[in-house]
Design a protein around this ligand. Structure first.
Ligand code: LLP
Length: 455
């Protein structure tokens, strides 16, 4: 039995992605956890569990770190676009826009959310390897930039935009052929990825788009993957992107935007050691400006699309502990009232997380347990081998760094409703998404006539 502490608060205030917990995490006089000035056990009581909690200060600090680092390290113009697939809602879109960010969307749903939150279309870019006509039309009508991923995109745009219409603003996405060490499902820069044009096709694509009236090629895009701890792939990317920039400009395109994607990793467990936002921006900015001066290119506007590193460590999920199963000479399972439907990352990517009891976060651990979800699936395990003080049914457990790709990848597996989301700041909590109810899940069900029992 381990006596090690289950949990520690270590705060890197300048770069939130290097912390497991939100930067406002603190203890009250009784040693209970507070985030954004709110006691986590009180939030669980007030809103119920499972509950997604986001700390506004952490999100704003991450935005500031990106913004200020570009200002400091890149001599040209820059724009940070929040990758809304990480966590998309009216509130978050509005928040990042208030920090001067644009937004990256990948579907009609994300696009509509961004537009309704008040972000001007000019600050939106639309991605996707299989965009629909509706998605393209909505983006075009709102003057968003369309990232052309393949020939199908070009063919659809040609259909939508008539001879005398304004041309669409487009960027070309290509696969840079860079391998990096992350889970194979979230690697996108390698040559056999489903995203983007093959670099060998680019000249053909440039020539095809040379004198068309439906599209203005204003930029280039590449993204190498997600949850990346290395910086060198970004240096390699700068070299590859500036080569393509030169080719495009030589052919006659006035390309001024280089979008290097997202990908900076975050700390989920104590052994994770991601670079800071400042070091990431410095590396990207310096390698692009060095490559441009070497190749005699004027500096482009530099864009990037961080998702996880903006919002993951601002988030946590609160659960209530329920049942317990002690297997003689085996594991101890502690089950919580959520699981793979609100956090599919462990079952999908074998991701690791950190957890603690919110009212005794620093108590010495008495046991090593497996935190299981409540779904009918043996693989529904949120955390393995966690050191926890002994707990009882009804205790509130927090799982940290769940702000990215949890809500956005959540499901209704087993017809379990999605949790509510709240945002906290300065001792105040505000609901940003309502809790689904089981009745909500029946809203789209129909019972065709012939199934309705007669008489
Ligand atoms: N830009 C593009 C084109 C992307 O495909 C992505 C992520 C991003 C930006 C943002 O990357 P980030 O800064 O968040 O690493 N569901 C997976 C992550 C999938 C990432 C997909 N693309 C997960 O839960 O780990």
């Amino acid at each position: 039995m381990s006596k090690s502490r289950s949990f520690e608060i270590n705060q890197n205030l300048a770069s939130p992605n290097r912390n497991i917990t939100p930067i406002t995490t603190e203890l009250d006089h009784l040693g209970r956890l507070k985030v954004g000035g709110c006691l986590l056990s009180e939030l669980a009581e007030q809103y119920g569990t499972p509950l997604y909690v986001l700390d506004e200060t952490t999100i704003r600090r991450s935005c500031e770190a990106y913004r200020e680092s570009f200002r400091k390290f890149y001599p040209g113009e820059s724009l940070v676009l929040y990758a809304s697939k990480a966590n998309s809602s009216l509130c978050i879109s509005n928040l990042v826009a208030s920090e001067g960010f644009g937004i990256d969307v990948v579907s009609e749903g994300e696009l509509l959310t961004a537009l309704r939150s008040g972000i001007p279309g000019e600050k939106i870019v639309l991605h996707g390897n299989n965009k629909s006509i509706n998605e393209l039309e909505l983006a075009y009508k709102n003057k968003a930039t369309i990232i052309l991923d393949n020939q199908h995109d070009i063919d659809l745009l040609r259909k939508i935009i008539k001879e005398n219409d304004q041309p669409a603003k487009v960027m070309l996405r290509f696969t840079p052929g860079i391998e990096c060490h992350t889970h194979e499902y979230i690697r996108t820069g390698h040559l056999d990825s489903k995203f983007g044009f093959d670099p060998k096709e680019l000249i053909k694509v440039f020539n095809q788009l040379k004198d068309v009236s439906f599209a203005n090629v204003l930029g280039l895009h590449a993204h190498i993957g997600s949850q990346i701890f290395e910086l060198t792939p970004h240096i390699d990317l700068a070299d590859i992107m500036t080569d393509v920039l030169k080719k495009g400009r030589d052919i006659g395109f006035p390309i001024n935007d280089l979008n290097v994607g997202g990908g900076l990793g975050i700390k989920y467990v104590s052994s994770d050691d991601p670079p800071s936002i400042q070091d990431w921006v410095k590396t990207v900015a310096k390698s692009i400006s060095d490559a441009c001066s070497k190749k005699n290119l004027s500096l482009p506007r530099l864009l990037c699309e961080p998702g996880r590193s903006i919002i993951a460590s601002a988030g946590l999920t609160l659960y209530k502990i329920g049942s317990r199963k002690d297997i003689p000479n085996g594991k101890t399972y502690i089950s919580v009232d959520g699981g793979m439907s609100d956090n599919p990352r462990p079952i999908t990517y074998q991701s690791n997380y950190t957890a603690c009891l919110v009212d005794r976060p620093l108590a010495k651990s008495d046991e090593v347990v497996t935190i299981a979800g409540k779904h009918c699936e043996s693989g529904d395990i949120l955390l393995k081998n966690v050191h926890l003080p002994s707990s009882s049914s009804g205790d509130v457990l927090s799982v940290f760094a769940t702000g990215a790709y949890n809500l956005s990848m959540s499901s209704n597996y087993n017809r379990i409703p999605r949790p509510a989301s709240v945002i906290v700041a300065n001792g105040e909590s505000k609901m940003m998404q309502l809790r689904e109810l089981p009745e909500d899940l029946l809203r789209y069900d129909l019972l065709p006539d012939r199934f309705i029992a007669k008489g």
